[in-house]
Design a protein around this ligand. Structure first.
Ligand SMILES: CC/C=C\C/C=C\C/C=C\C=C\CC(=O)SCCNC(=O)CCNC(=O)[C@H](O)C(C)(C)COP(=O)(O)OP(=O)(O)OC[C@H]1O[C@@H](n2cnc3c(N)ncnc32)[C@H](O)[C@@H]1OP(=O)(O)O
Length: 280
């Protein structure tokens, strides 16, 4: 497959350039006027984060970073789902080498998105459970459409969100609310998320959400970019460093946990429930 880290121009539409690393599961469109890049996840049916989508996300984030875009807006091509979180098929009866690569890639994506020197915002145009919420809370600003849900529901699946998932959540919510929501595996409606501060604004369409994200990113237009980036970095450095220091341990913990027969059984039951619901 043709995969190059060099930015390539593959299409033009209006004032935006569609740039791509020939990936299939993400697209990056840069607005020529604002310099803001919109990174869209497009893995059918639900933007489940599998190894390939994670690789494409990482490539796209790196591309936006190295292209010195003025901002990054993360969104989805699906009309009702931002991301269904980690693809459970990657964790259920996993293949030994692939699951290692999968978790390592998830760590990479989080380190690049949460640690991005570019200002970031999420246009949450659909449901955003677990890993979807992780991506959204790794950004600096969130605009969400009504009648969807967002949250870290891991405990509902019998799994435990690792510390760095909590770091993103805690960068948005006060400890008391974050702890309670995580322990409950609570999913918030758009209205509840706004009330608690898990999202910053609502919008009635994806276009409006993207516009509101762009307006937020525009607030940095007159701020010195280096001063802004270093300030953001200082806020996030301890969280990022913690994962950097514990990456191997974190991977081994994940592998140990996910391979427990009780966890596998729970994931199997959960998947079955999802499939039954989908057939109805
Ligand atoms: C001490 C600590 C140490 C280490 C840490 C250890 C462990 C941590 C490990 C993991 C952390 C995981 C975080 C995660 O992200 S887990 C994933 C959580 N996601 C969910 O619970 C979402 C489940 N999905 C839904 O709720 C819904 O599908 C929806 C709201 C996103 C969309 O609803 P729809 O009605 O529009 O669509 P469906 O009909 O339900 O689904 C269509 C299709 O897609 C399949 N599917 C949905 N979600 C997933 C998924 N996350 N993974 C895989 N597949 C998914 C669904 O089964 C349907 O498939 P079929 O069409 O039936 O084939």
């Amino acid at each position: 497959m043709l995969r190059t880290k060099v930015l390539s121009l593959v299409a033009r539409s209006g004032p935006s350039r569609l740039m791509s690393t020939a990936t299939k599961l993400t697209t990056v469109e840069v607005n020529d006027k604002t310099g803001i890049a919109t990174l869209t996840m497009c893995r059918a049916p639900v933007n489940g984060l599998n190894l390939e989508l994670l690789k494409d996300l990482k490539t796209s984030i790196d591309e936006i970073e190295s292209n010195k875009s003025r901002g990054l807006i993360l969104t989805s091509s699906n009309a009702t789902i931002f991301s269904a979180g980690l693809d459970i098929m990657e964790m259920y009866n996993p293949e030994k080498e692939r699951i290692r690569a999968f978790w390592t890639q998830l760590q990479e994506v989080w380190l690049s998105l949460y640690g991005s020197s570019v200002p970031t915002a999420a246009a949450i145009n659909g449901h955003s459970p677990a890993g979807g919420c992780l991506l959204a809370t790794s950004c600096e600003y969130r605009v969400m459409l009504p009648k969807f849900t967002i949250g870290l529901n891991e405990t509902q699946l019998g799994i435990v969100a690792p510390k760095w998932f909590m770091s993103s959540f805690l960068s948005v919510l006060p400890q008391r609310q974050a702890e309670r929501a995580l322990n409950q595996g609570r999913m918030f409606s758009t209205e509840e998320a706004l009330q608690i501060g898990l999202i910053d604004e609502t919008a009635t369409s994806k276009e409006e959400a993207v516009e509101k994200c762009a307006a937020f990113l525009g607030t940095f237009a007159r701020v010195n970019p280096l001063a802004r980036a270093l300030t953001k970095q200082q806020f996030r450095a301890a969280d990022l460093q913690q994962l950097e220091n514990e990456r191997k341990d974190d991977l081994e913990k994940f592998l140990f946990f996910i391979n427990q027969p009780a966890v596998q059984k729970g994931l199997g039951i959960y998947l079955e429930g999802l499939k039954k619901k989908a057939k109805k």
